[in-house]
Design a protein. Structure first.
Length: 590
């Protein structure tokens, strides 16, 4: 009895190490892939076949079909990906996840040659672990540390697998275990067991690994393994189904398509395979399987299911629409899907895209508002109001989302992006506010029939163009994190400040000479304040990109040092300031 207790403890320890290693390796692989995952999945899955190949590749890289499917559900819910595109990716992920089984099948290698001994987990895992810990502890490169983490995860995975296999060896002499395995030869019982086990641990790769570990007992036959593997394919759908809770209808249809693909595939296999068994004696079903054989079954089933169902993807989509019918109801806009937080690197890129959309809206609002100061249009003002309201909603959504992301394990590059977004979203939103202020000033000009002098109009035209140019440059730099463009924003902001001061000075002279009125001055002050503060916020965004996100000087320290000529970029600043000053020169006063 005591021996059984210790063997069970060893088995549970091996399972814990196995699951831990799989989790560490998968997350490290995700971090190395970074936000490219979203670009690959969302922008390159144009056709069903391309989506299949991409789903296969991404899942093979991150070692988790569940993670890929949950990402896809999030993409569909956010409108990044269509349901039709998602189908191919889901089918590809089912094939891609079988790569893990092939890696784990190394535990079944037998022989005395040097290469076979080298690739056995008892040798390979420590070797990879040593290399991994060297990369993780003794290198400064984030990429090398990431590779080291992947290797350490792989070591834990293989060590756990080896420990499970050795601790389960005693089961080969247990009559009750042999009877249990015989019961799984019943397709219904085997499928249910595989589905429930996978649903509990939420990883088909892990449940396949456990089955491969059981092979050491010699009691697992093809007759038991096949139904369990079929059930594992159904059980892995639980993660996506849970991820679709609360999502929009298309996202729920995506999870349903994933379930349908596996259920229909399993059903067809059972009907054909076991139907033929009524007429053909499948003698191999009583043969003992090895870890390698389980990999073949797992991959073979998913390849055959994909070959049959991929051309019928339209039917799966139609069936998903039948199960979740279309309902005419207002859909709540979801800018940032929290399901993507499961893959932080993807969530960071999605947040960056939303911040880019917010910046584009703020720039569009400013262009429309500046146009209103020349030719007033009520419809255009309403559009400015709508865009400003949208930037407010963007800021609220981003603020909550970024705070949640800040507590997650991110790469250095993703952390810099996150920090930049955290510090700059309020500045972007304020540009939208100042666009609305310009629009309101234009409305006052229209309602009060204010007509500035030709000289003042020319000055405002130059100032307005300078403001639009700095906004456009800032947004372009922000959307692509282009530091070469960002560094040109500050000298442009200094020129805008100089232009504002000059307009005020000339206005005072016109007031003194009786060429302008105080009432006109109030509206002019509103316009000048909006222009100056817009440029200030552009400067804040650019400086954040250049300095604070990299952990360097604080913004005001950087600006003071830049203007004092204490930085290597100070010479370029002075040159660009002179260039912009000449470009936005006012016409001489009459």
């Amino acid at each position: 009895m005591t021996d059984y207790i210790f063997k069970i403890i060893s088995l549970l320890g091996g399972l814990a190490l196995f699951l831990f290693g799989m989790d560490v390796m998968g997350k490290a692989l995700e971090r190395q892939a970074g936000g490219k995952l979203q670009t690959i999945l969302a922008k390159m899955s144009g056709t069903i076949w391309k989506g299949f190949l991409l789903g296969l590749a991404v899942t093979a890289v991150i070692q988790s079909s569940s993670a890929t499917t949950v990402m896809v559900v999030g993409f569909v819910n956010s409108g990044i990906m269509s349901l039709q595109q998602a189908v191919g990716v889901i089918m590809g992920s089912n094939v891609g996840t079988t790569v893990t089984a092939w890696i784990l099948s190394l535990s079944g290698l037998e022989g005395d040659s040097f290469l076979i001994k080298l690739f056995k987990p008892s040798t390979l895992a420590p070797l990879i672990g040593v290399i991994g810990i060297i990369l993780f502890m003794f290198t400064r490169s984030e990429k090398k540390k990431g590779i080291g983490t992947i290797m350490l995860g792989f070591m834990a995975l293989m060590t756990g697998m080896d420990l499970m296999s050795s601790s389960m060896a005693f089961l080969k002499t247990e009559a009750w275990f042999a009877e249990l395995m015989i019961s799984f030869t019943n397709p219904v019982v085997g499928i249910l067991f595989g589905a429930i086990l996978t649903a509990i641990i939420q990883s088909s790769s892990a449940s396949v690994g456990i089955l491969q570990g059981l092979c050491v007992t010699g009691a697992v036959t093809y007759g038991a393994a096949i139904p369990i593997i079929l059930g594992q394919n159904i059980g892995t759908c639980v993660t996506a189904m849970m991820g679709a809770i609360g999502a929009n209808r298309n996202a729920r249809r995506t999870a349903i398509v994933h379930l349908l693909f596996n259920v229909v595939g399993v059903t067809l296999f059972v009907v054909v395979f076991y139907g033929l068994g009524l007429f053909v004696d499948w003698t191999f079903l009583s043969d003992t399987v090895r870890a390698w054989d389980i990999s073949v079954i797992h991959t073979g089933f998913n390849l055959v299911a994909t070959a049959v169902l991929l051309p019928m993807n339209g039917l799966l989509v139609k069936l998903a629409y039948v199960l979740i019918p279309h309902v005419e109801a207002p859909q709540k806009e979801e800018l940032l899907d929290e399901r993507l937080l499961a893959t932080p690197a993807v969530a960071v890129q999605r947040a960056q895209e939303i911040a880019g959309e917010m910046a584009a809206d703020a720039a569009k609002a400013m262009h429309l508002a500046m146009g209103l100061t020349k030719t007033f249009d009520t419809a255009a003002l309403e559009q400015v109001i709508a865009l400003e309201d949208r930037t407010d909603r963007y800021e609220d959504a981003l603020g909550t989302y970024l705070v949640k992301l800040s507590g997650m394990n991110l790469s250095v590059a993703d952390n810099r992006i996150l920090n930049t977004l955290l510090y700059t979203t309020s500045d972007i939103e304020r540009i939208g506010d100042h666009a609305l202020a310009v629009g309101k000033a234009a409305l006052e000009i229209e309602e009060k029939k204010i007509c500035f002098s030709r000289q003042a109009q020319n000055e405002l035209a130059v100032l307005g163009q300078a403001v639009l140019d700095i906004v456009d440059r800032t947004v372009a730099a922000y959307n692509t994190f282009d530091l070469e463009q960002a560094i040109k924003v500050e000298p442009q902001e200094q020129v805008v400040d100089a232009l504002v001061r000059e307009v005020k000075s000339r206005h005072v002279r016109r007031l003194r000479d009786g060429l302008c009125t105080v009432e006109y001055g109030f509206v002019l002050e509103d316009l000048l304040t909006a222009c100056e503060r817009t440029a200030d916020h552009c400067s804040n965004v650019a400086v954040e990109m250049l300095q604070v996100s990299e952990g360097k000087l604080e913004a005001h320290e950087y600006l003071n040092a830049l203007k004092a000529g204490e930085l290597h970029e100070s010479a370029a600043f002075a040159e660009q300031f002179a260039q912009y000053k000449a470009q936005y020169a006012f016409p001489e006063e009459a």
